[in-house]
Design a binder for this molecule. Structure first.
Ligand code: CUA
Length: 311
């Protein structure tokens, strides 16, 4: 949705190191390509058969040439190896037992985001303090997914039954678009996420707001929505902090109105889109795990009014 996510605009030391390595290797490849192509064209022109010419001199074995084309590629591979190890030191440093700031779990097709120390769960949006590396632990609830935010660095697989760790950081405040980068089923393309890098003060305020229980609704329609949320099937899959809804099959909705998108990036989060999603989630994102309930229009507007109070 209009957010730049190009690898050519790195916004972290890791992404910069990867881009630099990519540039160097592309340059190496270009030089080798030019030498090979130039040599081929030269040979084709210079040594082409002329009328009346017999078979040219046949050469078998050329020690100097053979040494050259063994040593030169080996040296080149060694240089590339050293450059790669230096890049890896930046993008994949040792964790040394540091606890993760957040635990990211891939689901078909959304991301669960838990901040264990602050004690809350959200979805599809990761907030980090700008300029401060944070460790994230990456898990999967079902199949193999892959976390990738191109402007912030390397990818990391989410593998069922295994914890992977990645150091995430951003140089400048902003919103960074990420996506699942491993085919994981029908809605793989709509398994997006956002990393929102904030000043430490904004980040602390965000954490505090997310950890708080939202105040109960006061408007009549929203009060009705809160009641219907518990009576209808919503409660079987979702959690809303401070309410009896405590299920974990779908995203935690405690502060859903504070999030930028719905359905892991498929829709911008606003009243019309939330209404559309609740009307028929299968029409918006076919195959997703939320069933199509036929809600009465009274229930629909009550639920939307309630969910929009959850800031
Ligand atoms: Cu998850 Cu692709």
């Amino acid at each position: 949705m209009g957010i730049d996510s190009s690898i050519f605009g790195p916004a972290s030391p890791g992404a910069e190191a990867i881009l630099k390595l990519f540039g160097t290797l592309t340059l190496f490849s270009a030089v080798i390509f030019a030498i090979v192509l130039g040599g081929t064209i030269y040979s084709v022109v210079r040594f082409r058969a002329k009328p009346g010419q017999g078979e040219p001199r046949q050469v078998f074995g050329h020690t100097r040439l053979e040494i050259l084309w063994t040593v030169a590629p080996a040296a080149l591979i060694l240089v590339i190896g050293v450059l790669s190890f230096n890049t890896l030191r930046v993008v994949d440093p040792a964790r040394n037992g540091q606890p993760p700031e957040l635990i990211l779990t891939g689901h078909q097709w959304w991301w669960e985001v838990e901040y264990p120390q602050a004690g809350f769960v959200t979805a599809n949006e990761i907030h980090i303090p700008v300029g401060q590396p944070v460790w994230i632990q990456i898990e999967s609830a079902d199949v193999v997914h892959d976390f990738w935010v191109p402007k912030l660095g390397r990818k990391m697989d989410a593998i069922p039954g295994r914890s992977n760790y990645l150091r995430l950081e951003a140089d400048t405040p902003g919103v960074y678009l990420g996506a699942c980068a491993e085919f994981c089923g029908v809605q793989h393309a709509w398994m997006r996420l956002r990393v929102i890098a904030q000043t430490p003060a904004e980040y602390a305020a965000w954490q505090q707001a997310q950890a708080a229980i939202p105040p109960p609704p006061t408007e009549t329609i929203a009060v009705q929505g809160a009641k219907r949320f518990q009576e209808l099937t919503c409660v079987n899959c979702h959690t809303i902090g401070g309410s009896p809804a405590q299920a974990n099959a779908g995203p935690d909705l405690t502060h859903i109105a504070s999030r930028q998108t719905l359905g892991a990036g498929v829709l911008e989060n606003n009243t019309a889109n939330l209404t559309g999603w609740l009307t028929n989630p299968q029409a918006v994102k076919p195959g997703n795990q939320m069933p199509h309930f036929t809600l009465s229009s009274a229930d629909l507007s009550a639920l939307v009014a309630y969910l929009e109070t959850l800031r």
